[in-house]
Design a protein around this ligand. Structure first.
Ligand code: FAD
Length: 449
């Protein structure tokens, strides 16, 4: 037998083992290591590695501050002051600025290359004392009364064993523990997939708006247009299953045809070139795990849930869950009998809150009534300020946006009742759109992280 294939008799013991060195995993590892805990962070690939998800929210800025990374992120980021919405049913564009949100002190975020940001977060965890290893894939976790045994495999085939008092699953869309525990559920209310590529020489907005994200709705879904600091622009189409199922040509041609369905985007890309001649795709990505924690584990970020990237909330929610998670883990390790159950219950509520707030809007934004509210944002009862705060990620702090969000939803329902026929048509269209058509035919859709 090859000696590298045997499992070592003495496992490496630690307080916490984190599966996955993306934003959630690296953040929780950094925070726990800074508490003086013995943390092992295992990442299956090597940084810098490609990842989609480049648009951040203003609420991210405070988290980078707490990690001591704000200046570094600022140096690699493109300043994003707001969002441009373009709708095929409206002549004008709607521009919203985070500076107009309820809390005026969070006026911007950044667009970033994820390979660079994620490496920065991973190295930061190592600098704070985590035993951060790349090229190390977790294969098995077995829980027992004292903790867990974890088997991993390193590049080259060496088998590694760890003992941990606590395990964090931050494996992203691989959903390592949710798969193992068989508690992952496809979201029955949403169903979209994405095609995306990067372009040089795309026409951007001018002046302060240059770094804004643009959301362009079209008949089969919506596009993102995200300008990056190095001059490239990330462009993606998030589409309904029936449309992707209709693909009868290679991905690159299909993506070009899809862009051609949207005159505004086609015009912005008329002098642009596709970087590396590469178009990526993801399969349907809306899911949720039924549990977010157990006595000896916690699920963070995408390892717990993901709905849709429309409002760029994924990375913020992942990092926020890591901050919350670090406190819960400390409680579980230090005061298991007294406070752990309560801390985990609170954690679960927080994990549900963010995705559900965004989901309410994501599920309805194709309905003409809500679309109208995005295209003509008005501020009775401070509903616009509250919505902007939500879009800025300001939903866990002290900003009292909830009553105004309820008011906005009440206005939506009242207008929907007044325009019953339009609402009904919109509802039927959405029901048709989210219908599942099974696996996509032809070329395999590759999972882009
Ligand atoms: C099409 C699309 C567009 C998006 N756009 C945006 C956007 O504009 N803005 C935004 O904020 N979010 C966006 N997101 C979401 C965002 O990318 C994710 O929410 C975010 O990356 C979640 O971070 P994470 O740390 O939970 O997971 P990830 O970033 O996926 O990190 C998980 C890590 O775990 C590693 N891993 C997995 N399994 C194992 C294992 N067994 N052993 C060891 N390591 C393992 C992976 O290699 C990976 O590095 C988008 C998502 C999609 C699908």
């Amino acid at each position: 037998m090859n000696p590298t294939q045997t499992v070592p008799a003495d496992p490496r013991s630690c307080d916490v083992l984190v599966i996955g060195g993306g934003p959630a995993g690296s953040t929780v590892a950094a925070l726990l290591a800074a508490q003086g805990r013995d943390v092992v962070l295992l990442e299956k690939s090597h940084h810098p590695r490609f990842h989609i998800g480049e648009s951040l929210l203003p609420a991210n800025v405070a988290l980078f501050d707490q990690l001591g990374l704000r200046e570094q992120v600022e140096a690699i980021g493109m300043q994003k002051y707001g969002i441009e919405f373009v709708s095929p049913d409206h002549e004008h564009r709607s521009y919203i600025e985070f500076a107009d949100a309820w809390d005026k002190t969070m006026p911007y975020a950044w667009q970033v290359r994820r390979s660079v940001l994620d490496e920065m977060l991973f190295r930061n965890a190592a600098a704070r004392g985590a035993d951060a290893r790349e090229g190390c894939k977790v294969r098995e976790v077995a829980f027992d009364a004292d903790g867990a045994s974890i088997d991993a495999i390193a590049d080259g085939g060496a088998k590694l064993r760890f003992r941990a008092r606590f395990v964090v699953d931050a494996s992203g869309r691989d959903t390592f523990l949710a798969n193992k525990l068989r508690c992952k559920e496809k979201n029955p209310r949403h169903n979209t997939s994405a095609l995306f590529g990067h372009y040089t020489n795309a026409r951007r907005l001018e002046g302060k708006r240059e770094g804004n994200i643009t959301i362009i709705w079209f008949q089969h879904g919506w596009f993102w247009f995200i300008p990056l600091a190095d001059g490239t622009t990330s462009v993606g189409a998030v589409c309904w299953p029936y449309y992707l199922k209709s693909r009868d040509k290679p991905l690159k041609e299909f993506f070009a045809d899809t862009i051609a369905l949207c005159p505004e985007l086609e015009d912005r890309l008329k002098n642009a070139s596709l970087v590396g001649d590469t178009v990526h795709a993801t399969g349907n990505y809306s899911y949720e795990a039924r549990v977010s924690s157990g006595e000896r584990y916690l699920l963070l970020g995408d390892a717990y849930t993901f709905i849709d990237p429309m409002f760029s909330s994924g990375l913020y929610l992942a990092m926020h869950s890591a901050f919350d998670g670090a406190d819960v883990i400390a409680t579980c390790l230090d005061r298991p009998a007294r406070d752990a159950a309560r801390a985990r219950k609170h954690f679960h509520k927080t994990m549900l809150k963010g995705p559900r707030e965004y989901a309410w809007f994501i599920f309805r934004v194709c309905n003409p009534t809500l679309r109208q509210m995005f295209m003509y944002p008005a501020n009775p009862l401070r509903v616009k300020e509250a919505l902007l705060s939500l879009l800025a990620g300001d939903l866990y702090g002290r900003t009292p946006i909830q009553p105004s969000l309820w008011a906005l939803k009440a206005i939506y329902y009242l207008v929907s009742i007044r325009s019953l026929r339009r609402s009904w048509t919109g509802w039927l269209a959405r029901k048709r759109n989210v219908q599942d058509f099974g696996p996509l035919k032809g070329e395999t859709i590759v999972e882009a992280q």
